[in-house]
Design a protein. Structure first.
Length: 108
């Protein structure tokens, strides 16, 4: 009987590696080795994805000088910029409320 057939017959082997039979521990070690191999590639993809996203964020946030910023500093500047934009929207909405829009003047 091949190992593939054995795995199909024993569905409990697909559970987490907590039992300690010899066969089970060998299968778990192989499975964990494969998972680690696959996860290393995923981690590298995530790191590339994160660095690309940080670079895109740097391009969105205006700065006075183009110095290199650490991620935590970039996040703080992003939060400050979001607050600034929200405040600007509120001010513009209040100005519209006070002075009205062109559409309101045409109706009257």
């Amino acid at each position: 009987m091949s190992s593939k057939q054995r795995n199909k017959l024993i569905p409990s082997l697909k559970r987490k590696c907590s039992r300690t039979t010899k066969l089970h521990s060998r299968l778990c070690n192989r499975r964990n080795t494969y998972k680690n191999f696959v996860n290393v590639g995923r981690r590298e993809e995530k790191q590339v994805g994160v660095s690309e996203k940080l670079e895109a964020l740097k391009n969105l946030i205006p700065t006075k000088n183009e110095e290199t910023r650490k991620a935590d500093q970039l996040f703080e500047e992003t939060a400050d910029y979001i607050v600034f934009l929200r405040t600007q929207v509120e001010v513009l909405q209040r100005l519209i409320d006070i002075y009205g829009s062109n559409e309101q003047k045409k109706v009257v």
